[in-house]
Write a protein that binds this ligand. Structure first.
Ligand code: SF4
Length: 206
């Protein structure tokens, strides 16, 4: 399965535009309940106005809300990115920390965001990103039967070799977006179809 996914999505990568770990952290916080495309429309202007953690820590909440409104849940997201910026300044010398334990102390950061930042910005595999696509596709592929993202991540970490953790989630996200879509998966075009026994398959060779 890993070989086929790798061959199908050789260039799978994080879709959130960013120039450094801080921008990726903010973009990932903004991506909750929102598409990456929408986030990418918002972040250039946000980072033009507030280019550093210091600038963002000093920005007023309403000014941040104004910039990120279209990503939804903007009250909470503004509080999170403001709080994260302030904590970075006061506790982490203005730099994004490189451990999950430290990242989890930042407001608005749970394991998914921590894994995105560690994996994409720093190349560190501390866990596996479980977003909506990874959650759905790994369940369809019988890689897990768990119903909570946290447990799904633990299950995947047991069976996926660690040196594949980062790329595997990128590949599953691509697969979930392009082929194994939520409502009507395109099983006839799926390169792992022979390995899949999902009850909601739309086509089956076996
Ligand atoms: S066969 Fe269908 S349900 Fe299974 S992984 Fe492929 S697209 Fe998804």
């Amino acid at each position: 399965m890993l070989r086929r996914l790798e061959a199908t999505y050789p260039n799978a990568e994080c879709a959130l535009h960013h120039r450094n770990a801080w921008e990726l952290l903010v973009a990932t916080i903004l991506s909750a309940q929102c598409t990456d495309v929408r986030v990418n429309l918002v972040t250039p202007e946000l980072f033009r106005k507030f280019p550093t953690p210091k600038a963002m820590a000093e920005a007023s909440i309403p000014a941040l809300e104004q910039e990120i409104r279209s990503t939804g849940f903007y009250h909470n997201k503004a509080k999170s990115i403001s709080g994260a910026a302030k904590l970075l300044i006061t506790k982490f010398h203005g730099k994004v920390p490189k451990t999950m334990a430290e990242l989890l102390t930042l407001p608005g950061v749970a394991r998914k965001t921590g894994n995105v930042v560690l994996g994409v910005a720093f190349g560190l595999a501390e866990g596996i990103v479980v977003d909506t696509h990874v959650f759905r596709v790994s369940r369809r592929l019988s890689l897990t039967q768990s119903e909570e993202p946290k447990k799904v991540e633990q299950d995947l970490m047991q069976i996926i070799p660690r040196d594949h953790w980062i790329q595997f989630s990128h590949e599953l996200i691509y697969h979930g977006r392009q082929v194994c879509i939520a409502r009507k998966p395109r099983c006839i075009d799926c390169t792992v179809e022979t390995l899949c026994h999902a009850p909601d398959k739309t086509w089956s060779s076996h």
